[in-house]
Ligand binder design. Structure first.
Ligand code: UDP
Length: 316
């Protein structure tokens, strides 16, 4: 009888917001999961519930340094990176290193193990976009020397080296472009708009709208994103694919939505707009719909309720 082994999957950034949800999903899919993280922005709190699970292992390691993993690996999901503007402004060099050296190391591992690798790219490759909504064939409008350049350019390099490994070394690669995503396990203090507004509303502080709040974003609930990642990984599409929720909203409308949802008496305070803050952002998901049969299922009011319950336990 054939001895069929379980698929073995490495998730870099496995203790982060998205990485930890991926650990859950891949374990549920019957994989052996190795989470790797240096905990610079991730937290073992996100994976504590998996501790002792027979199909789960955690390795404390910075993937910008050579990655060693014993035994076979079938899939690599490269999710290690600071991902909020506040984080990557604080640690710009680590951000550049994990997008470049970290991606190179993960690709080298994929090549040596004959594994399929998916990298987490992002809508930031489109910069402050001049095409709206953003389609995958748009090359973007990025300022390489601005404060966001460390993240945007790291992700653009990550895409370029991934395509090079695909074309030159025949590594099976997948590139997802992730748009703003939210849900439980986001860090309350990561500075991103959603935890910032919910935290402020729960504490009765003013909501810090940057600029006049007319800039837009489109928020995707984490379970939808994870589903899109799984489907893309299992597909044979090697070109970049947008995954996100196209339901676009201005930041000011979003602040009002959070006030209503929380029943908070907080006011709105207007703060200066950060440099190069994208004015609009909305994924065109025609391609994901066509090739993956994927589209988001959780609307913002449902997703926000679940996320609010999570943040309520975290706010003191
Ligand atoms: N933003 C805001 N107040 C905050 C944090 C963010 O108005 O306290 C705005 C920010 O200027 C941007 C949008 O919300 O236009 C989304 O910001 P976030 O940091 O969540 O991520 P981004 O989408 O810019 O990467």
């Amino acid at each position: 009888m054939e001895n069929k082994r379980r698929p073995r999957t490495l998730i870099t950034g496995g203790a982060g917001f998205l990485g930890s949800h991926l650990c859950d999903r891949f374990i549920a899919e019957g994989h052996d999961v190795i989470a790797m993280d240096n905990l610079i922005t991730g937290s073992t709190d996100n994976i504590a519930h998996l501790s002792g699970h027979p199909n789960f292992r955690f390795i404390l390691h910075d993937v910008s340094n050579y990655i060693f993993v014993d035994g076979p690996i079938d899939y690599i999901l490269h999710f290690a990176s600071p991902a909020s503007p506040i984080d990557y402004l604080k640690i710009p060099i680590q951000t550049l290193k994990v997008g470049s050296l970290g991606t190179h190391n993960a690709l080298g591992l994929a090549k040596s193990k004959n594994a399929r690798m998916l990298i987490a790219s992002t809508s930031e490759v489109y910069g402050d976009p001049l095409i709206h909504p953003q389609t995958e064939d748009y090359w973007g409008n990025v300022n390489p020397v601005g404060y966001r350049g460390c993240y945007d350019e790291a992700k653009r390099f990550a895409e370029a080296i991934t395509m090079a490994y695909h074309r030159y070394h025949n590594v099976e690669t997948r590139i997802i472009r992730i748009f703003n995503t939210y849900g439980p396990r986001m860090r309350l203090d990561d500075g991103r708009v959603l935890p910032a507004f919910i935290g402020q509303a729960l504490r009765g502080e003013d909501l810090s709208v940057f600029g006049d709040g007319s800039q837009t974003r489109s928020f995707c609930y984490v379970s939808d994103l994870v589903d899109g990642i799984f489907k893309l990984l299992m597909s044979d599409e090697s070109d970049p694919t947008n995954i996100g929720n196209p339901d676009e909203i201005t930041i000011l409308q979003f602040a009002e939505e959070v006030l209503k949802l929380t029943g908070s008496k907080s006011k709105i305070a207007y703060n200066p707009l950060p440099q190069d803050d994208p004015k609009v952002r909305q994924p065109d998901i025609t391609k994901a719909r066509r090739i993956l049969g994927w589209e988001p299922k959780v609307n913002r009011s449902e997703g926000l309720k679940i996320t609010l319950d999570y943040f309520k336990q975290k706010v003191h």
